[in-house]
Design a protein around this ligand. Structure first.
Ligand SMILES: CC(C)(COP(=O)(O)OP(=O)(O)OC[C@H]1O[C@@H](n2cnc3c(N)ncnc32)[C@H](O)[C@@H]1OP(=O)(O)O)[C@@H](O)C(=O)NCCC(=O)NCCS
Length: 202
């Protein structure tokens, strides 16, 4: 595979830009993954990551050249707001797992995560040639589930009562999107945009 194609310098959306991480982003990671609210939504363990754990993770999994991890920036300001990645990229079966964290909480629910996910799906299906992208999400993470549904992920299964949080058990939900589903959604979106443009044009 051509590295530039596999891992381009940037993926550009209307409101977000995904770029490769740089060493200076470690400070933001340390802040995000020490935050109890972020930790509650993203970690299997019920407690923040220790600073040295975050540093190890950042060096080994985020900065490593073979890791497919992108920093999420707001396009208008350049502000770094989060991170997203594919792990377990399996070329034999054409699949990968998707992960995303908008670490800056004032940016939740504004569509940035949804757009970053769309950019990653386009990359997966148009350039990496994948067939399927899957993810796991905790049952109580309603914002994430809504965001994933909006871009086309469907629930395909659940690990019942796999997560103990806030004194009760919750399911871990598995979601996925297949290449043909993504292409069909894109075809419909383009068709709708075309119709809208024709209506506006008279
Ligand atoms: C999950 C995450 C990536 C989603 O990105 P986002 O930019 O916040 O989400 P979006 O704005 O694209 O979409 C959020 C959706 O949830 C809805 N929503 C917003 N706040 C909500 C809340 N408190 N409860 C339920 N739904 C909520 C929004 O209305 C929107 O749905 P709609 O498009 O149908 O109207 C981001 O919130 C995040 O990183 N959260 C913390 C870490 C995390 O949970 N990571 C995912 C682990 S699997």
């Amino acid at each position: 595979m051509f590295p530039q194609r596999w891992f381009p310098d940037r993926l550009e959306g209307r409101r977000t830009i995904l770029r490769r991480h740089e060493p200076a982003n470690l400070a933001a990671f340390k802040r995000w993954y020490a935050d109890p609210e972020v930790v509650r939504l993203t970690r299997y363990q019920d407690g923040p990551m220790r600073p040295e754990e975050i540093e190890r993770f950042f060096m080994a999994r985020v900065l490593a050249p073979e890791s497919l991890t992108f920093a999420i920036h707001v396009r208008a300001t350049g502000r770094l707001i989060g991170t997203c990645a594919f792990s377990q990229v399996d070329g034999d079966n054409g699949s990968a797992l998707f992960h995303i964290t908008i670490g800056e909480k004032d940016c939740w629910g504004q569509g940035y995560g949804g757009e970053a996910t769309e950019l990653m799906l386009e990359h997966a299906f148009e350039r990496l040639g994948l067939h399927r992208v899957g993810l796991s999400v905790f049952e109580f993470n309603e914002r994430a589930i809504r965001s994933y549904r909006r871009v086309g992920f469907v629930v395909e299964g659940r690990a019942r009562e796999a997560i103990l949080r806030d004194g009760r058990w919750w399911d871990e939900i598995q979601m996925s999107i297949l290449e043909e589903e993504w292409r069909e959604r894109r075809r419909i979106r383009r068709h709708e945009a075309d119709l809208a443009a024709r209506l506006v044009g008279g």
